[in-house]
Each structure stands twice: as structure tokens, then as C-alpha cells.
Ligand binder design. Structure first.
Ligand SMILES: NC(=O)c1ccc[n+]([C@@H]2O[C@H](COP(=O)([O-])OP(=O)(O)OC[C@H]3O[C@@H](n4cnc5c(N)ncnc54)[C@H](O)[C@@H]3O)[C@@H](O)[C@H]2O)c1
Length: 443
């Protein structure tokens, strides 16, 4: 570990991925293409983002990866678990996200990435024919197997550090309730093999116990539970989650803060979309969709604050649906109808038709999350990393704090955190001292 945590780290960073599916393989292929100069890591703050430092008169804008030390793409290696026995090449071809000509140069490299056996619970993921599962019969033994796998990955990949980014299929919505209300209760539930402990929780538990930062890219219940937050603080491990902010929710967090900034009222937001990848197939199961619905619907309430603005947002009807439609594959299409009102309550409408590619939006987020979680670990930060809210549909904050959903506040928070890490002043954007000499404020 580098003595200055903000310096560029030495040694390899293993990005460990429970779930070797469309998103995971798009990430792996993209990193390799970028490494070889065959593609640009578009959408990634760590690879392309810049940050302004000091006052505007200083003209100091630097790349984020020059400001803080992040693992270089050349030092990133990958390991994965899956309940289906396919290598990354097979998955990438089948998922059909990247065109064949872009994948072709990566055949050998992707064939070399074979998942280890995954933790399988047929109640959690119902629509997948699992043929590659950890055979252990108890939760404790499954956790021990994943912990061993982590150590083996580190050794075999020659890595000095690791982060786990969870990206398995969406699990059925079965909150574990009291079993995850404290660490003590969780330990009891593990001993009793409580059937409500889903695989995501067990992967997270294993990672934290191994001192490996854990970020949850899915809506599955994991590190937002009090029990795992307690474990992360105890083990001094950073955690973050949950559910990557892509597609329709990304659009919501861009549009809603704009409407609120101009105090335009909203009385309805109808969102529907079609997708045909395996994620869509899994979400076709109503109990899996329920998990997604929960992470998707909290967004508007937290941005628009109906309790503060009852006249504007007190009566919103917010509907979200996802339809599995195989011909579309990963090329999702989303429609939003937003019923808004302005001066004197006169109604207006906004229609959004977003033709997006889910995994193309998700892959750069995964990369950033992994590199920033590694930075947090080197900073010796533990527990929830609220400064990474920018990446999540359902961001987490410390107990008693409202999570921040507004994308632009999230970005300001993230960039100010990076400035603080680098010993620079945070920027508050008042600019007042350009206009009055006696005001102590700047920037
Ligand atoms: N694509 C996006 O934009 C996006 C955005 C936000 C969240 N997500 C979430 O990311 C996850 C993955 O999406 P995807 O498009 O890559 O789906 P996918 O179906 O292509 O991949 C999921 C993989 O997880 C594997 N899996 C399921 N349960 C497992 C377990 N217990 N252990 C190990 N492997 C397991 C499946 O076999 C599959 O290979 C989903 O939960 C999805 O909701 C995706």
C-alpha cells in the first residue's frame, strides 16, 4: 500500500464480480479495449473526467486521475463467480452488447475468464438454469468457500488489493427483516441457515470479512442492511450501493432536479420500458421486479420533497413498469410521460423516448465504483461511502440522514470529496469575493 493514500497505488487491483453477465463482460471487454487503445472509456469519470481546483482566476483544471491516485487500467485484473458455467467470451457473444468485430480481438483474453462456482438459491433467482453452484450445504460453508475463492483469486491474479462489485441477476424481493437488523442477529441467522438470507448478502458478508470493499450494483438486499453496515465498520471496510443508476432512472435524476429548480409542479410521471436481455427475462418474474420497483420509485420523492412543496409535488402519481420483450436484447427502449404544471396551475407535458443500451451505460459506472472504492480503502475509510451516491439508483447515507438523489448535488459531493482527499479546498460556487473585497468567501 502506498504511504500517501492519494498517491497512485502500486500492484494489481482485482475487481471481483459475483455475476458474470452482460454488464460484467461489457466492463471487462471495455477495459481491455481501452488498454489496447482500441476503444475509449466513454462515460467514466475516472478515465475522462476533469476537475477544477482553486479559484476560477487560477485556471487550474486537471484530470481526476491526475488529482488522486487511482489504479491504472494496466493494473486491473478480473475474477468472477457465476451459477452458469460459461466463460466471459461465451457470455459476451450471447449477450450481444458489443458487436462481433469489437469483440473479436478479445477472444483469447475473454475465454481465459472463467467464473468460479456461485452461491445459488432457487428461490432468489427463478428463471436461470443453474449448473455451476457451490455445493456446500450451510450458509457458513458457502461463505467460507467464497472467502477462500477471494484469497485464491488474489494469489492467482497476482493482486495486492481487491474490490468486489456485485452484479448478479436481480433476486426476488424477500427482505430478510429482523435477521439483518443487527450483526448479532445476522450471525444467528447464518448459523440457523435462515432461508431469507439471499446470495447477495452472503457474498457481501464474505467480502467484508476478507477486508475487501463491497459495492452493490444490483437492487438485491446486501450492504444497506444494519447488520452488514455494522460488520463493515467493525472490519474497517468501505461499502456502497445500491443498484446502478442507468437508463430511465438516470433520466429521472437529470430532469426532476431541473423541474424542481424552476418550481414547476409535477402531478404524474409514467415510466415504462421494454428490454430483451437476460436481466429483462429475470425481471419478468413479478417478485424480482418488486426489488427493482423499490429502488426505482424512491427517486422522485427524495428529489422533489413533496413534504416541503405540497402544492407542487404533493399529489404525484408515479408508475414504473418493465416489460420483457426478447427482440430488443440489450437495446432497451424507455418512454416517460411527465405531467407538469406551471404559473397558475396550467398543465403541460414532457415526453421522453430513450433508446439506450443498458450495459453500455452500466459498464463505466462499475469501473469508477471499483477504482473509487479502492481509493476509499487506501484512505482507510470504512462503512458507507455516501460520496459515491452519484452512481446508485438507491444511494445510501448514514443512519438518520436523507440520501441525496439529485445527480448534480451528488456530483458536487463526489468532486469536493476528491478535492479534500488531494488537500485542495472544496468549492462552494458562490463567487462572492469577485464582487466585494470585504467578503471572505471565494471560488
Ligand atoms: N444493465 C444495467 O444498466 C443495469 C443497471 C442497474 C442494475 N443492473 C443490475 O445488474 C445486474 C446484472 O445485469 P445484467 O444485465 O448483467 O444481467 P445478466 O442476466 O446478463 O447477468 C447476471 C448474471 O448473474 C448470474 N447470477 C445470478 N445469480 C447468481 C449468483 N447467486 N451468483 C453468481 N452469479 C449469479 C447469472 O447467471 C448471470 O450470468 C442485475 O441485477 C441488474 O438489475 C443492471
Amino acid at each position: 500500500m502506498a504511504s500517501n493514500p492519494a498517491a497512485r497505488p502500486e500492484g494489481r487491483l482485482a475487481i471481483l464480480l459475483p455475476g458474470l453477465g452482460a454488464v460484467a463482460t461489457t466492463l471487462i471487454a471495455g477495459v481491455e479495449l481501452a488498454r489496447r487503445g482500441l476503444g475509449k472509456p466513454i462515460g467514466s469519470l475516472t478515465q475522462m473526467g476533469t476537475i477544477r481546483l482553486g479559484k476560477r482566476t487560477e485556471g487550474r483544471t486537471v484530470r481526476i486521475d491526475e488529482l488522486v491516485g487511482l489504479a491504472s487500467l494496466d493494473d486491473v485484473v478480473f475474477g468472477a463467480w457465476d451459477i452458469v458455467n460459461e466463460d466471459a467470451w461465451q457470455v459476451a457473444k450471447r449477450s450481444n452488447v458489443l458487436p462481433a468485430e469489437q469483440l473479436a480481438p478479445l477472444e483469447e483474453m475473454l475465454k481465459g475468464i472463467k467464473p468460479k462456482k456461485g452461491i445459488f438459491d432457487p428461490e432468489a433467482v427463478r428463471r436461470i438454469d443453474a449448473n455451476h453452484v457451490i455445493e456446500a450445504k450451510s450458509h457458513r460453508a458457502r461463505i467460507e468457500q467464497v472467502r477462500k475463492d477471494i484469497r485464491d483469486f488474489m494469489k492467482d491474479l497476482g493482486a495486492s488489493r481487491a474490490v468486489m462489485v456485485h452484479i448478479t441477476s436481480t433476486e426476488t424481493y424477500r427482505p430478510a427483516g429482523d435477521a439483518v437488523s443487527s450483526l448479532e442477529k445476522l450471525e444467528e441467522a447464518i448459523e440457523k441457515n435462515d432461508p431469507l438470507l439471499n446470495p447477495a448478502l452472503l457474498y457481501a458478508y464474505a467480502a467484508i470479512m476478507e477486508g475487501v470493499p463491497f459495492a452493490n450494483g444490483t437492487p438485491n438486499q446486501a450492504v444497506e442492511t444494519p447488520a452488514l453496515q455494522e460488520l463493515a465498520r467493525k472490519q474497517n471496510v468501505p461499502i456502497a450501493g445500491r443498484d446502478l443508476k442507468t437508463g430511465q432512472t438516470l433520466m429521472k435524476t437529470i430532469i426532476a432536479p431541473g423541474l424542481k429548480a424552476r418550481l414547476l409542479g409535477v402531478n404524474g410521471w409514467f415510466s415504462t420500458n421494454i428490454l430483451g436481455n437476460r436481466d429483462g427475462e429475470v425481471l419478468d418474474d413479478p417478485s424480482a421486479f418488486r426489488a427493482k420497483e423499490v429502488t426505482k420509485t424512491s427517486v422522485l420523492d427524495t428529489i422533489l420533497q413533496p413534504e416541503v412543496y405540497p402544492d407542487l409535488y404533493g399529489k404525484i402519481s408515479h408508475k414504473v413498469s418493465i416489460h420483457y420483450y426478447p427482440p430488443r436484447g440489450d437495446e432497451k427502449e424507455g418512454w416517460d410521460n411527465i405531467d407538469i404544471f406551471g404559473w397558475l396551475g396550467l398543465p403541460m407535458q414532457i415526453k421522453v423516448n430513450f433508446l439506450c443500451r443498458d450495459s453500455i451505460l452500466a459498464a463505466p459506472l462499475m469501473l469508477d465504483i471499483a477504482l473509487f472504492m479502492d481509493l476509499a480503502q487506501r484512505m482507510k475509510w470504512r462503512g458507507m461511502q455516501e460520496w459515491l451516491s452519484f452512481y446508485f439508483k438507491s444511494p445510501m447515507a448514514a443512519e438518520g440522514l436523507q440520501p441525496e438523489h439529485d445527480l448534480f448535488i451528488q456530483l458536487t459531493k463526489l468532486k469536493n470529496t476528491l478535492r479534500v482527499i488531494a488537500g485542495e479546498e472544496p468549492i462552494h460556487h458562490t463567487g462572492l469575493d469577485y464582487y466585494a473585497d470585504d467578503l471572505p468567501l471565494g471560488r
